[in-house]
Design a binder for this molecule. Sequence first.
Ligand SMILES: *[C@@H]1O[C@H](CO)[C@@H](O)[C@H](O)[C@H]1NC(C)=O
Ligand SMILES: *[C@@H]1O[C@H](CO)[C@@H](O)[C@H](O)[C@H]1NC(C)=O
Length: 224
Amino acid sequence: MLVSAVVFAGLLGLVQAATYTVTVGIDETDGQPGLGFDPTTIRPAVGDTITFTFQLPGYIKNPSVSQHSATQSTFDNPCTPKEGGFDTGVQSTGSANSNTGSSFDLLVNDTEPLWFFSAANQDCKSGMVLSVNPPITGEQTAAAFVDKAKASTGTPSSPPPSSSASGTSGSGASQTSDSSAPPPSPTATEPSSTNDTSAAVSGMAKMEVVFAGVVAFMGLSLAA
Ligand SMILES: *[C@@H]1O[C@H](CO)[C@@H](O)[C@H](O)[C@H]1NC(C)=O
Ligand SMILES: *[C@@H]1O[C@H](CO)[C@@H](O)[C@H](O)[C@H]1NC(C)=O
């Protein structure tokens, strides 16, 4: 009984797995193309997915193309790629109207803070950073991360050469095809983003975890 209850509680948690869409190349303050991640702070839970999309929302007609990246760093060195960290590589922004612009998924495995920047041009020094589950108080807040990025002297002017000879982008980056992929998320069409609440539950992912949860539930019930 106890085992079943615990597993069921776990199952409820899994069912709520959500996708947080972060649009790269949108200024969250005005919803227009610019130096920014939209939103700049997210608070996903364990098991949620962050989708970085370079596809600008449909309300922006004929956007000009710009280059950015979503590259994992550390709080201490905001504009330096974290070794072995997630990296989309520098990408061109696209448009929802022409269905261009790549997307990259990153699974959230714990609620430790994750820090990201754009490695293109002087983006990072201009404050183009993203905080994932930053502490609300103390020294390592999202605002402190922005300040640290702007004060950074080590901004790479172009994506740093990969020391590991791998031709693929950073670990965990999985690219979805432009032509076959549906627009990333309904939330991407909202002009102004709410900071923490723009999660959209992905139907497919939800069904998969429900199925996995049910299998685990049945297995443990039999074992108990
Ligand atoms: C979470 O784990 C997956 C699978 O091991 C990995 O690909 C991904 O990079 C991890 N996420 C983070 C944020 O490290
Ligand atoms: C999110 O936005 C709301 C209203 O825009 C604001 O009150 C709240 O403090 C913000 N939360 C964070 C963590 O930035």
